[in-house]
Design a binder for this molecule. Structure first.
Ligand SMILES: NC(=[NH2+])NCCC[C@H](N)C(=O)O
Length: 373
């Protein structure tokens, strides 16, 4: 982890990228789905009687090694573009841990730094994720956050969540829901647009989490928080909406219709994402990894839907890093004047993250602009 001499500054999803964290698949594992918080975060559409068929534990060696290759290629491209790149320190995701109310047989991964940390301007915000297995994941970034603090950044943490069983509710079909017994949300439920911030209320971010973020943003400046309800009820917002540049947004047509485009974005030009193109996922066979139940990621049990293909990273308002198999999307972006740098991310569905998920943009050129007037 190289120390950073500059404080964070990140107000949006598209201005020129200067510094970033790129996640890691080292030690990645799928936690037991017997835990309601894992079931809620990982397979919320899977009925209880099908959960047992999902292999848990360490991901297959091939998934990890190929993902690390893909992430290293991403890092090389970003460094060639002059971006300072950080990686998480290795966390023992196999370590068991517990709170007075629950125990976890192990962690998850450090593949998606986007999920647990929100950067708004000069402030690092550690969020309160509803997923128990992720409770200590952010510790892999603490050395970097200490550097940011020394460099002048502000650093806040959401109320430490208890994640008691009462937070995890179930619908009439017995499928998991997120309750309101305490404020919780993943940072990937949030998109930043200068002085405007979008928060998706869903199974990965509740109304109390929205209220806490609203109260906190009020400390950071004259910011406007836009709740998004009824668009996508599941995990994270970044395979539903991608802010490409001021005035241009990529939307998921399976989740948003012209008449349900968020009010604040009406008047923006919309690219409707073409159907996601299947990317070969790891086979189900174990790879002889350390764990007998090594997870290959049977295609029917992936953490992300196919729309993860629209989960892209803007490195500046004219340049995007997109999964190379998404040929229709690449053509559409290029037609909109965006240069696409295609990259592989072979196990994005198995591991649950695309190029926006696997990055945390800590310094960009933009500021608290008003892009909506
Ligand atoms: N930051 C993230 N990990 N985002 C992943 C979102 C994936 C979303 N649940 C989908 O299946 O489309």
């Amino acid at each position: 982890m190289s120390s950073s001499a500059r404080p964070v500054n990140s107000w949006d999803e598209f201005s020129t990228l200067r510094e970033v964290v790129v996640g890691s698949a080292v030690g990645a594992r799928l936690p037991s789905q017997a835990d309601p918080s894992s079931w809620l975060s990982c397979f919320p559409k899977t009925p209880a009687d099908e959960l047992a068929a999902i292999p848990v534990g360490s991901y297959a060696r091939r998934v990890v090694e190929e993902t690390e290759e893909d992430l290293e290629a991403l890092c090389a491209t970003l460094r060639d573009l002059g971006v300072t790149v950080h990686r998480p320190e290795v966390i023992d995701h196999a370590a068991e841990f517990a709170s007075p109310q629950w125990s976890a047989e192990g962690g998850f991964h450090s593949y998606c730094p986007r999920d647990l940390t929100l950067v708004v301007g000069d402030t690092v915000i550690e969020v309160a994720s509803p997923m128990r297995a992720r409770y200590f994941e952010v510790f892999g970034l603490r050395t970097l956050f200490h550097d940011y603090l020394r460099a002048g950044s502000r650093w806040l943490c959401a109320p430490r969540p208890q994640l008691r069983d009462e937070l995890f509710e179930f619908d009439e079909d017995g499928l998991p829901l997120l309750g309101e017994s305490e404020p919780v949300f993943d940072a990937a439920n949030v998109l930043r647009l200068g002085r405007d911030v979008f928060y998706q209320v869903s199974r990965s971010g509740n109304e109390l989490g929205l209220r806490w973020l609203e109260s906190t943003l009020g400390l950071l400046g004259d910011l406007r928080l836009h709740p998004l309800r009824g668009i996508y009820g599941y995990t994270h917002i970044d395979s539903t909406i991608a802010l490409l540049r001021p005035g241009l947004v990529l939307l998921n047509p399976e989740r948003i219709r012209p008449d349900t485009v968020p009010e604040a974005l009406r008047g923006w030009d919309v690219l409707w994402c073409p159907p996601a193109e299947a990317v070969a996922q790891a086979p189900a066979e174990p790879a002889g990894g350390p764990a007998p139940e090594a997870l290959g990621g049977a295609p029917e049990h992936t953490l992300s839907e196919s729309w993860i293909g629209m989960n892209l990273l803007m490195v500046n308002p004219e340049t995007a890093i997109v999964e190379s198999g998404q040929r229709g999307l690449i053509k559409q972006l290029e037609h909109a004047g965006i240069t696409v740098l295609p990259h592989r991310l072979r196990h994005s569905r198995v591991l649950g993250g695309g190029f926006h998920c696997v990055t945390l943009d800590t310094r960009r050129d933009g500021g608290p602009e008003d892009y909506l007037s």
